[in-house]
Design a protein around this ligand. Structure first.
Ligand SMILES: Nc1ncnc2c1ncn2[C@@H]1O[C@H](COP(=O)(O)OP(=O)(O)OP(=O)(O)O)[C@@H](O)[C@H]1O
Ligand SMILES: [Mg+2]
Length: 483
């Protein structure tokens, strides 16, 4: 249910709930204190009145009890009631009514009931009690003992309805409640603000994601904060950048591949058209057929390089044969390239470290593919001199080196050699190739966590390619996912 609510409502509900619960607790605590204070104040005010009356009546009551001034007390009490407004009852020490105002239901001479306030006043000088009167309205009764020259003469009981005190309490409660309205408005405004700070970047993120889905890979989000949302925007921008770069590479890869295929296809077409001419001399016919064969070989090589790259790009695991004898496989490779090099009149040297581990955590196929590419380049791009192949092993690494005395390359080209379809100006038109060999080596090494570097002192000064394979990293790379 809560998951169906929008974040805006969730924040609003949580904020209001917290405000309401907090406000209610405060309201109850403050209300109780307010109520107690108001009642105390009301009672205290009446107590002062009752004490004043008790002091005022001490002497007249003393005279009255001695049989003098019978009328005096009754008159005085009526005057008090008219001026101050409370109801009074005056009793002697045996609770016989001496005088009473009209609302007390007592008449002089009657015996007053021993009410809680009277019994309290007997021991503590002053006593109070709240109870409903005959009409059912709560009334406060305050009894104060009257003393004259140290002798207790009786009690003055003051009665006053609680209604004004209750009205005051209700008024204060209303005041307290009205103070919560601005707090609630503040809470709603704060929740809206919090939502705003979250919703705006989220809307941007959503719109940008949708734009990317439509193919606008240059979409980026403006990072406005360093908080979690800012970090999310940064992560999104990073992802967008990576996708954009990947798409660019893919597109240029496809167009390069198409371009590379078009040239041999054009040659094939021209040669096929020429061969269709029946008057073509036999010698030319042979030349054209050999050219056609060469172009077909070139295309076959290109297609197989593309397939290898596609396999690596798809992240397919290379087949690993752990039992393959690596050293003899390396000797095979060396033997093959010695023949190729010597056929071109080059010297070929191979040096194998005797401490080479018997097995490498690299598929023999991949190892062969990498070395074949480096050695084929060395033989292809060297017209005279030598090709050297060296394999050395250290504690955790194996180093493969292929060095030649060939055409070399300008040092600033070194980083570009591993890009797909890159071929140096000097080799175009002079040597056959697709510019994919080194990128295949690089892609394989990326999989195994290995590194390749190419160095040359300049054009015509030979080249040196080094591959370093970290044994530990390479074994992590092809650890089987399932046992
Ligand atoms: N040993 C080398 N000496 C000089 N230049 C080299 C050498 N190896 C590579 N290069 C340069 O690097 C470029 C890329 O080499 P890469 O092996 O990727 O492609 P290629 O040899 O041109 O074609 P292929 O796809 O058939 O291997 C070459 O075209 C060449 O310019
Ligand atoms: Mg090559």
């Amino acid at each position: 249910m809560i998951n169906r609510l929008s974040i805006r409502w969730r924040i609003l509900i949580i904020f209001i709930l917290i405000a309401c619960v907090g406000g209610l607790v405060q309201f109850v605590i403050a209300g109780r204190q307010l109520e107690a204070t108001t009642l105390e104040f009301y009672k205290h005010h009446l107590e002062t009145d009752a004490l004043l009356v008790a002091t005022t009546f001490a002497e007249p009551l003393g005279h009255f009890l001695e049989g003098e001034g019978e009328e005096g007390v009754g008159r005085m009490i009526s005057t008090f009631q008219q001026e101050v407004g409370h109801d009074y009852l005056i009793v002697d020490s045996s609770y016989r009514v001496v005088a009473a105002t009209t609302n007390t239901d007592y008449v002089p001479g009657a015996r007053a009931a021993l009410t809680p306030e009277l019994s309290m006043a007997l021991s503590q000088r002053i006593g109070s009690d709240i109870r409903p009167n005959h009409a059912g309205d709560d009334t406060l009764h305050l009894a104060v003992s009257v003393q004259y020259e140290g002798d207790p003469l009786g009690f003055v009981v003051l009665s006053e309805p609680m209604q004004p005190a209750y009205a005051e309490i209700n008024r204060r409660y209303a005041e307290l409640a009205s103070a919560t309205i601005p707090v609630l408005a503040l809470v709603i405004a704060a929740s809206m603000w919090v939502y705003g700070t979250i919703s705006q970047p989220m809307r941007h993120l959503r719109n940008s994601a949708l734009q990317m889905a439509k193919g606008m890979f240059d979409t980026r989000i403006r990072v406005q904060s360093q908080d979690e949302l800012g970090q999310l925007a940064q992560a999104f921008n990073y992802m967008a950048g990576q996708i954009e770069a990947l798409m660019k590479t893919q597109r240029s890869f496809v167009s390069n591949a198409a371009h590379e295929l078009r040239t041999p296809l054009m040659t094939l077409k021209l040669r096929a058209e020429a061969l269709a001419d029946v008057t073509l001399p036999a010698a030319e016919r042979v030349t054209y057929l050999s050219e056609i064969r060469q172009e077909i070989d070139h295309m076959a090589e290109l297609v197989s390089s593309l397939l290898i790259l596609a396999r690596i790009d798809e992240g397919r695991q290379p087949q690993i044969s752990v039992n393959g004898d690596m050293v003899s496989s390396l000797h095979d490779i060396a033997r093959h390239w010695r023949i190729e090099a010597e056929a071109k009149g080059l010297t070929f040297n191979a040096q194998f470290d005797p401490k080479l581990p018997p097995e490498l955590p690299v598929s023999p196929n991949d190892l062969r593919l990498m070395l074949d590419n480096l050695l084929s380049n060395a033989v292809k791009y060297t017209t005279q001199g030598s090709v050297d192949m060296r394999i050395a092993s250290a504690k955790d690494t194996v180093l493969f080196e292929v060095q030649d005395t060939g055409i070399g390359f300008s040092p600033e080209m070194a980083a570009n050699l591993f890009e797909r379809f890159f071929r140096a100006e000097e080799v175009r038109g002079r040597f056959i190739g697709n510019g994919l060999g080194l990128s295949i080596v690089k892609a394989i090494l990326d999989f195994y966590g290995g590194r390749i570097t190419g160095e040359s002192k300049g054009i015509g000064k030979g080249a040196l390619f080094k591959i370093v394979i970290d044994l530990q990293q390479a074994s992590i790379a092809h650890r089987p996912v399932t046992p």
